[in-house]
Design a binder for this molecule. Structure first.
Ligand code: A2R
Length: 320
């Protein structure tokens, strides 16, 4: 049995994009004893952490890990996180994102006297369709989720709020806007562009890039700033409350693409790929981050041009 008095963190779903960045931040910058979970078929490539296999749909497994480790801080990242996949399999998305979260909350509740801080990671997608002329959203803006993924994250947020208020649990909900960085899956727009441009630079394809809707404006933040916000919310976030995490600014996807193209130094033609257009889209959205700033003192530090440069370099380095 681990020493239950030491400060310890558990990251659930740590094999994903955000997990590695959060783990390194907690260990290297905050010197927290940090434990990770992953699905049995996943790999975690970072050294120096104890890693446990966990399927969030298995409540006995969760309870057993919590009983063993007794973390005083839990970040719940495990999710089916793809919007496009959520249209193909809404039932699996709901199972992992809603039932999975309830499995965690119920497991915590079932352990007598156990009251860790829990950070539930939701999404800016929860806001969905905005009233005409509105693009800046605060935590008070009514949500109108318009894809299955967003609906499941909205449900997670509501359960988190309910359990904090009803059972006095220490739960903080996050609505994270687009976050980007090296190693992100190319199902996300910035990584997709960087991969395509890296392939063009390597002479592996013609000088054409295939894109979805380029007129949408989104709020992008470097993933390292995002995980710093999560860790501050674990310390200073108010129980039962929701916090937007984003840059507070929006950038047109076309501008994002042009920034990456200009860093490549290549002459590249842009073409629309119908497969990359989503069934419903939102013209512009950006996060009002005044609550996050006020309660934690956080602000984003890393400029988007730096993040994009590093992402492009990373994709170039991966080409054989
Ligand atoms: O879907 P996979 O095989 O990539 O695995 C994902 C994992 N996951 C699960 N973990 C435990 N039990 C499950 N039943 C289960 N199903 C999926 O959660 C993946 O390794 C991890 C989530 O990581 P990503 O998909 O890379 O998301 P990311 O970007 O790290 O975002 C973290 C959180 C998610 O809740 C997003 O929805 C939110 O931030 O934006």
């Amino acid at each position: 049995m681990e020493n239950k008095n030491a400060e310890r963190t558990l990251i659930i779903g740590a094999a994903g994009f955000v997990g590695g960045y959060l783990a390194r931040h907690l260990k290297n910058d905050l010197h927290r004893k940090t434990f990770l979970t992953k699905l049995p078929n996943e790999k975690i490539n970072i050294e120096g952490f104890s890693v446990y296999d966990l399927d969030i749909l298995n409540q006995d497994q969760i309870r057993s890990i919590l009983n063993t480790l007794h973390p005083d801080e839990i970040y719940h990242l495990a999710a089916q996180s793809s919007v496009s996949f959520s249209w193909n399999d809404p039932k699996l998305t709901a199972k992992v994102n809603i039932t999975g979260c309830l499995n965690l909350l119920e497991s915590v509740r079932s352990i007598p006297g156990y009251s860790p801080k829990i950070i539930l990671i939701g999404s800016g997608e929860e806001y969905g369709r905005l009233p005409e002329g509105v693009s800046l959203v605060s935590e008070e803006t009514p949500i109108k989720p318009c894809n299955p993924y967003a609906v499941t994250k909205a449900a997670q947020n509501m359960f988190g709020t309910l359990y904090a208020k009803s059972y006095g649990m220490h739960i903080v909900m996050v609505r994270a806007f687009n976050h980007i960085g090296k190693g992100q899956s190319t199902q996300f727009v910035a990584a997709d562009f960087c991969r395509q441009i890296a392939e063009i630079m390597a002479g592996k394809r013609e000088n054409v890039i295939y894109t979805g809707n380029l007129s949408a404006k989104r709020d992008f933040t470097d993933v390292r700033d995002v995980v710093r916000a999560y860790s501050l919310l674990a310390r200073y976030g108010n129980d039962g409350e929701t916090y937007n995490v984003g840059s507070g600014k929006s950038i047109e996807i076309k501008t994002l693409l042009q920034k990456i193209i200009s860093q490549s130094g290549e002459n590249i033609r842009i073409e629309t790929d119908p497969n990359k257009l989503r069934p419903i889209d939102i013209p512009e959205i950006r996060a009002d981050i005044s609550k996050l700033k006020k309660d934690t003192g956080w602000q984003p530090n890393i400029p988007i041009s730096q993040t994009l440069k590093e992402m492009l370099e990373y994709e170039i380095s991966k080409i054989e």
